[in-house]
Ligand binder design. Structure first.
Ligand code: GLP
Length: 271
């Protein structure tokens, strides 16, 4: 598991966007063999999405042959609700890039049969022969997608009840009113993410510092679901300085030292 500690959120976002862009370009996707990208919502990936949009605007990157699968969606709020993840993705990425609408996959939290919706989503990922790169963020309690503490590390796409911690954390988007936050969500499983060829997790800000410490300095633990990344052959955590505040000085220096060349390199696109 690589840990890349960037000075700030801006640098972290640029590095992540260029990394994803280079993966897409090197893959050379076609309509028959598209690049399959897993995507998160939340504030953490917004900077990365802004950088990706810029690359598309400059004609240096195309999403024409990219198929996306979003991690999660609330149950029971309309798709056009400003806090739905459908709305979020259009607002922060899809409306500004050249991705065909039919290439976008987001779980439908209003499906008549939610279990079937989850089953079909998982099957669709299988039919695409899996996800090439899954980008993710975490909640302050170390949850990935909506895999709340205690989730099975072998879980697949399913319905989850949100913990009170998550409801409080996400109430900032619902007029700070916990009663307005949906109580359940559809989410890819921990194992759905782990099956991707490559996984990048963005961890930024001091409120994620405890989770980063758990993932980097402690063992795999279902109470901090993102810690399973330790088992992924190609797992990368990109973080900012603020998120490292609970790490040991020795750990911080170690990762900064082994990644110093990568961190000093100016992000460039492979042509
Ligand atoms: C929600 C989402 C997660 C996301 C988390 C953190 O719980 N389901 O996928 O990682 O929020 O959001 P933020 O990046 O805003 O801290």
């Amino acid at each position: 598991m690589r840990i890349l500690i960037h000075e700030n959120y801006q640098q972290l976002s640029k590095w992540t966007a260029y990394y994803i862009a280079n993966k897409i370009k090197e893959f050379n996707p076609t309509p028959e063999k598209p690049f399959v990208l897993g995507l998160p919502t939340g504030s953490s990936p917004i900077g990365t999405y802004t950088e990706l949009i810029e690359l598309v605007k400059q004609d240096r990157l195309s999403f024409k042959n990219v198929v996306t699968f979003n991690m999660d969606e609330y149950v029971g709020i309309p798709k056009d609700h400003p806090q739905s993840y459908h709305y979020f993705m259009d607002k922060h990425l899809f409306n500004y890039i050249d991705i065909p609408r039919e290439n976008i996959n987001i779980l439908n939290g209003n499906a008549a049969d939610l279990e079937k919706e989850c089953y079909d989503y998982e099957k669709k990922i299988e039919r695409m022969e899996g996800i090439n790169l899954f980008l993710g963020g975490i909640g302050p309690d170390g949850h990935i997608a909506f895999n709340e503490p205690g989730s099975s590390l072998k879980s697949k796409t399913r319905i989850k009840t949100l913990t009170f911690d998550t409801i409080i954390a996400n109430s900032r988007f619902f007029d700070n009113d916990t009663r307005k936050v949906p109580k359940t969500a559809l989410t890819v499983g921990v194992d759905t993410v782990m099956q991707a060829e490559e996984v990048i997790i963005i961890i930024n800000g001091y409120n994620k510092a405890r989770a980063l410490q758990k993932v980097v300095e402690e063992g795999i633990n279902h109470m901090w679901t993102v810690s399973v990344l330790q088992l992924h052959p190609k797992g990368i955590i990109v973080c900012d300085e603020d998120a490292t505040l609970e790490l040991k000085v020795k750990t911080l220096k170690y990762y900064k030292d082994i990644e110093k060349e990568e961190l000093m390199r100016k992000p460039e696109l492979s042509e």
